[in-house]
Design a protein around this ligand. Sequence first.
Ligand code: GLC
Length: 477
Amino acid sequence: MKILMVASESSPLAKTGGLADVVYALSKELAILGEEVSVVMPFYGNIKRSPDQEIRFVANVQVPLGWRFQNAKVYKTFIDGITFYLLENEYYFGREGFYGYDDDTERFAFFSVAVRNMMQALKIKPDVVHVHDYHGGMVPALIKIQNSRTKFFNKMKFVVTIHNPAFQGEFHPDLLPDFYDIRKEYFDDGTLRYRDKVNALKAAIVFADKINTVSPTHAEELLTPEGSKGLDGILKLRKNDFSGILNGIDYDEFNPQTDKHLPFRYGKTRPGIKTKNKLELFKELGIKGDVDTPLFSMVSRLTWQKGIDLVLPAIVEVLEKGGNVVVVGSGEHGYEQALEELRARYPDRMAIYIGYNNPLAHRVYAASDFFFMPSLFEPCGIGQMIAQRYGTLPIVRTTGGLKDTVIGYDGTNEDVADGFVFDNYDEYWMKLTTNYALEQYKNQKVFKKLRRNAMEKNNDWSEAGKKYLALYKSIVK
Ligand code: GLC
């Protein structure tokens, strides 16, 4: 089967969050299963052309957006059995960052129209076009409205995966004819409308053949107004075509036995080596705490979604009780500052790294005892699964994929538990759970058992790969 992933980011070329990991790892898994997979994404200005990675120019494709005559230079490269198509346009994508610009609506309209025009121009005819999040959300609508009668497009099927319902790609209805050449009636009759805007994610939900999200629990949450950020109504109408498939993590990249970023590698049988990694990390980051005292960490985008409001008081709790803390991430300025203030108060036992640093993140996962991830909402979450594989016990709130991947210790279930959980988004519960984790650290027998359970858990992509393939097969005749 031929599958084309449409995404705004994919590892190893461009990443700001979990979306990039998932697009890449899922594509790799499908390629291993023998499918023909390609990914199409923007060629951002900061994608590096490394000498050992040949990126070849293949064609110039015209992309008129209303009166704006644009074109996309299509580049192609192969990585791990996946074909990547990179769409270059200096005006839209030749910038430092990926998102957050005033003209994002226009940039991703360009991307969506370019994806369709590229398929036509280069005769790329996938059986399934798999759209991720809102960025290419208009692609199914575009093709079904404008091209479905042509032989080239009429059998094509569409899947949309919702990774994050907090971003829906809303825009003014006048832009529908202007950018997409789609008649305003599609807004007026409600098809593409949510409140008073066109909504690209809703468009994908309406026009895709199958819709899914990245964990079973989040699939349930998406059927409620809070969980779906308002898209529950339309998802309920598509309920029969909607499901949750739990993400995995990339077992090649995240493997403490082979991880080239670690000073000391280790596996399930010798998790004690984590202490050596802790010592090295303490040296690297200037932490003066004793290596026998616990290390709590967080590797995350520092945004409201991630529960930083709860982590801040929990950090104080840990530091007051003699533990150590490392935070790696970047995001909202207020959070960065709050963390910096805490670090200044406890300079010997807390370190922060503001920014994205993948090798350091690996070392932090390996060196830590506990991992904070008390998200407000979390469609799947990847950090908690990486932590488990590295023998670091996650402390999570039971939301979305966190609920589906962490079994909380309750004082009796040490045969199965592999982390700590609480339900309410509330400082009280966060502190209580953090203190409970600290207690178990003193009770090394339980702590080691939980750590072993975490390391033995299987979160690779094999299950999810099969489920996606089954989903595709259910629509491709
Ligand atoms: C988004 C979600 C996160 C999920 C990731 C990959 O970043 O917020 O929960 O793990 O997408 O699906």
